[in-house]
Each structure stands twice: as C-alpha cells, then as structure tokens.
Design a protein around this ligand. Structure first.
Ligand code: BDP
Length: 605
C-alpha cells in the first residue's frame, strides 16, 4: 500500500471515505509514561481537542504551548459490516512530526515526516459492524536527522523545549483531516498524467497502476460533463479535441475517471480533476502553455489564530480571495508541503504553486535570517547525521511528488529553503535530491531551491543544479536598512550584476524579500517597522527587479504575519505580512494591487 496512500481519498461507487475529524481525546505525556502504562489501549483523562489543529494555541498555560515530546490522541470509529472483504485504512493528512498508530491496542504503523499523508492499513485489525479504537502517539521533537531541522533543549527544570533552525513556530499534532477509507482489494494504486499541446488539441499521456490484472479504462469529461476522450489500458494517450487549457486565472478542470472492470462487473473506480497545461523553462522565461508567465505572489505559511498550522477551510477560502483581489498568480508552499485541499483550491482558481518540501533549517542557527550574511559557517553538510537526513529527505521528495504530481497548479519543485550551500560538501547531497525529483516526476517540472543571502553568484556551490534560480534577499532589511536604503540598492544591484555574468540565460525569481511592518505604525518620514518604510523598501526592490530582464517573478515574504518562536527579533511573530495574521490588508497591499494588476502576464517575456 505504498503509493495508494498518496491518492486523495475520494469516494466512488467502489470506494468509501468517511471523515474522522472532530473532538479526539488528548493528553500530553509529560512524564513519558504513555508507553509503559499502556496508553495504546486508551488515553487517560477526559481532555478533548479538535482534529485537525495544532494543539499549542488552545491552552492558556505556557508549559502546554511550549510542550516538546509525545502527545497522545484517541478516538473511536465505527467500521460498517458491509466493508468486510475490502481494504480498510485510516488516512492521516499528516502527523507532525512522527506518529506511532495503534488500532485496538495493536501496533498498526509508524510514520516520520510531519507534512505528508500516510495510510495506515487496518483491514486485519478492526472488528466489523462495531466500534474500534485508534490511538496515536505523536512526537514533535526536532532533530538533524529529519526535515525540518532543529534541536531539543532540556531546561534546568527538566522541561524540554523546541529549538527550530527555522523561523516559524513548531506547531504540531494532527494538523490535517483524517479519513477512514475502504476500497476494493484490486484497486487503482496511483496514476499520472502529462501533456502535449497540438494546436488547439491536446494529448494527455497517462499511466495507471493497479494491484491486479483486470483491464483498465479511462475517460475524460469536461466541465459540462461531456465525454472529451476515452482510452483503455494501463498506459495510453487521450486525444482531446479543442482542449480547454488550464491557465493562470482560468482553472479549467477535466474529470479523469479510471475504471477497473471484469467484463460488465465494475471492480474499482477512481476519479480526480486534472488540468491540461504544459510548463517549461525556455531561456530566461518560465512558459505556461508555451507562453511566458511572470510570477507575482507570495511565500506563505499554513498559520492562523487558534488552530495554528491546522488545516482551516475558512482561512483557506479567505487567502484565495485575498490573493485574487491583490492580483497575485502564484505562491510558494514555504516551508513544507501544504494540506491537499489547498492544492485542489489552487487548481480551481488557476493559481500557480511552487511546491516546497520541508527541507528547512539546513544551516545550524536559531536566527539564520540574521546570521546568513555574517559569514558564519556551520559545516552542516559534513555532520555525521547527514546519511540519515538524506534518506529521509529523499523519501519526503518522493512522497511529495507522488502526492502532488497531478495538480495543474504545481509548476515547480522547491527542494530546500536556505541551506548552507557555501561549502562544497553540500553539492553531493544536492545532486541526489535533484536527481530524485527528476526521476519521480512524470512531468519533469523545473526544480529549484531558495537561496540564502550568503549564497551568491560566486559562493553558491549548488546553483548549477537549478532549472531556475530562486533568491531570498533582504537588502534594506537585515542588510543596510532604514536611511541606508540607497546603499542597499547599490549592493543589491552589485549582486544582480554578478548573477547576470554567472547565469544570464536562466530565469531568476525572488522567493523572498520583505520588511517587518507593524500594522499599527505609521510614521512620516518613515522608520523601519512603519508601513511607510515597508513601501519604500518594496519600491526599491521592485526598481531592481524591473531593471533585469531575467527576473521572472516576485514572491514577497510573506502573505500574512505569522507565528514564530519568541525572541528579541520577533514581536509576537514575524510581521513581514502584506496582510495581517487576521488577513486584513496593510498599506502595502494596495501598493501591490496597483503594481500587480498593471504588470502583464508575460512581463519580461
Ligand atoms: C528567511 C526564511 C524565512 C524567514 C525570513 C525572515 O526563509 O523562513 O521567515 O527569512 O527572516 O530566512 O523573515
């Protein structure tokens, strides 16, 4: 059941998917007694907590919010008698960061990696036509053997706390939807599509993996439910006449229906929505359906009040409305793969996604944003934990691509955020990650990684691997801020001239640039942190972007203010949002609206 777990759990005439979301029993394991006291049979106490959500922001005491270690969840679920003979599983949208799952007291699965789904097979563990119990031990400790990287500190009073090497709060728990699923023994395991445009027509090349030998047929329906093409076999090509292409702002989706049948008898049926479009890099341009597209948008986070990083359908809706209002066409899933529902929404809205794996914190520092330009070296890629980290990172890349490969919205893979690439020891590691992405992506989408400030044209040892370059730059904020802004512009241009020399015929985008801004501060003339300064900073950055032809996109940091670990550099979180954490505009939002609505789709094309 390795790949099937990545298919979105959908219902059909042969499949069932029942939500297990709601209030679950919950307990911290402060004394680390859960294992020895048999909590796998039932979590003690009466505490209940919502799923999906991060556990941290519900409680009013700091020990619970900062709690680091095991937490336990439990719920009962009913398995219908009619499902006997089918494969039954519990599908977790994610468990951050590691989970041990028990069903009716028996070990059912262990999973590592906090931002990708996994399916726990329970066919043999459950009682049919009866209630069953699932208990999950979730651990939120960070280490250097898994992504995202970080450490655990033990305080003198014995309590543990998280020390992320990254700038977002270590929210954790069962943060995404959980579903009880059932499907036939012989079933669709996985499918892939890739596209070729042929004038007004399109070819959809598909492959389907199943667990048996019965014949497979596929059908494609347009949005009016009219049959657009059909074919049979586990591999083949659908010829779509006059294809409605999926494009920016035009999220046209076809329904792709897969059937396994034994003569007249249907064995399994799975349907998904796909968009017909191509993506490629040609010279200095990113091409969508053969036409240049300039990326406008954000680095984001899954982050909101109370639910933390928990999937929040309401916040998702608001975020897309804000992105459309401001004229954005793209976002990066910084710094981890997001909830699947968000990609489905982007598919519908015609918004582009740069999909990022959770490889963040590969620079040993609690304040990389401030230390990156200081010359600090941490020799991250020579550490003895690297082989273990690499194995996990490879698995996450494979799982992310397997999960997200069929989304038309996903146009590129970001394989790292701000790793320490100034040391040659990083190159071999990077090569393996980049190769893996190419190997497992049927569409061979462009690959990139977001470069930290000190990884410049003359210092970055991994730049050659990128299909397009992605820079995180803070000239005028961490570097030469305030009245020194004119020097910042000069330093910025100097670096850009270096990139022109090094890599003139490859697109370069900005995956981060931004300035912390308090929604409460206005000041004339500006000071750093005021809304006026945010605009001056942005105007300077855009002047630089606009004067280089190979700049193919701007994703400002960040869409909204978000929670981080507390510290002297953060005022209850990172305030670089163009929107507040409550998704209301700061002054800069109107500035962006004006700019982005006036830039043509093929700006610089
Ligand atoms: C970069 C990181 C990002 C931070 C941002 C910042 O990629 O996660 O939040 O800078 O400092 O270092 O605001």
């Amino acid at each position: 059941m390795r790949t099937c777990q990545m298919l979105y759990p959908a219902e059909s005439s042969s499949r069932r998917a029942v939500s297990m979301d709601g209030m679950w029993k919950f307990s911290l394991d402060e004394r680390q007694e859960g294992e020895k006291n048999g909590w796998k049979n039932g979590v003690p106490g009466r505490e209940m907590i919502p799923v999906p959500a991060s556990f941290q922001d519900f409680y009013t005491d700091k020990d619970t919010r900062e709690y680091t270690g095991d937490v336990w969840y439990e719920t009962d679920f009913f398995v219908p008698g009619e499902w006997e003979g089918m494969e039954v599983g519990i599908r977790f949208g994610c468990a951050t960061h590691c989970a041990q799952v028990y069903v009716n007291g028996k070990e059912a699965a262990y999973h590592e990696g906090g931002f990708l789904p996994f399916l726990v097979p329970v066919t043999e563990l459950v009682a049919y036509n009866a209630f069953n119990k699932v208990v999950v031990r979730v651990n939120n400790e960070l280490s250097e053997t898994r992504i995202p990287c970080g450490a655990v500190k033990v305080l003198k009073n014995g309590k543990k706390m998280s020390k992320p090497y990254f700038d977002f709060y270590n929210y954790s728990g069962l943060q995404r939807p959980v579903k009880l699923v059932a499907f036939p023994r012989e079933h669709v395991e996985d499918y892939s599509v890739r596209f070729e445009l042929d004038g007004a027509d399109a070819l959809v090349h598909y492959t389907v993996e199943t667990t048996g030998e019965h014949p497979v047929s596929v059908e494609l329906y347009d949005e009016e439910q009219k049959l657009a093409a059909s074919a049979s076999g586990k591999e083949g090509t659908l010829h779509v006449a006059d294809a409605h292409r999926w494009d920016v702002g035009d999220g046209y989706l076809y329904e792709f229906r897969i059937r396994i049948a034994d003569g007249e008898k249907l064995i399994d049926e799975y349907a998904d929505r796909i968009g017909i479009r191509t993506v490629e890099i040609a010279g200095r341009n990113i091409l969508l359906n053969g036409r240049p597209v300039y990326l406008k948008g954000f680095g984001k986070h899954e982050d909101s009040d109370i639910a933390g990083r928990g999937f929040n359908i309401n916040v998702m809706k608001r975020d897309f409305e804000c992105m459309k209002w401001i004229g954005a066409n793209c976002f990066r899933t910084s710094h981890y793969p997001y909830s699947e529902e968000i990609y489905r929404m982007a598919d519908r809205e015609g918004i582009l996604i740069i999909d990022e794996v959770a490889a963040v914190g590969m620079f040993r520092s609690l304040m990389n944003f401030a230390e990156a330009s200081s010359g600090k070296q941490t020799s991250f890629f020579t550490s003895p934990t690297i082989p273990q980290l690499l194995a996990h990172h490879l698995q996450c890349v494979e799982d992310m691509i397997c999960r997200d490969k069929n989304h038309p919205s996903v146009i590129a893979w970001s394989l790292f955020n701000e790793p320490e690439t100034t040391d040659v020891s990083s190159t071999a590691y990077f090569e393996k990650i980049f190769e893996k992405a190419a190997e497992v992506d049927p569409q061979k989408r462009p690959r990139t990684f977001a470069m930290i400030g000190n990884s410049g044209p003359d210092t970055c040892k991994c730049q050659h691997l990128c299909d397009f370059l992605s820079l995180n730059r803070y000239y005028g904020w961490y570097l030469l801020g305030g009245y020194e802004l004119s020097d910042a512009e000069e330093a910025f241009r100097q670096e850009m001239d270096g990139w022109v020399k090094k890599s003139p015929e490859r697109p370069l985008i900005f995956t981060e640039y931004g300035a912390d801004t308090s929604a409460a501060e206005h000041k004339l003339p500006s000071v750093m942190w005021s809304q006026e300064y945010q605009e001056e900073y942005l105007e300077m950055s855009h002047r630089v972007f606009d004067s280089y032809d190979f700049v193919a996109g701007e994703l400002v940091w960040n869409f909204a203010d978000f929670q981080t670990t507390e510290g002297i550099m953060r005022v209850n979180g990172n305030k670089k949002g163009i929107f507040t954490r409550q998704r209301q505009p700061k002054a800069a939002a109107w500035y962006f609206k004006k700019r982005w609505e006036s830039l043509p789709r093929d700006y610089k094309g």
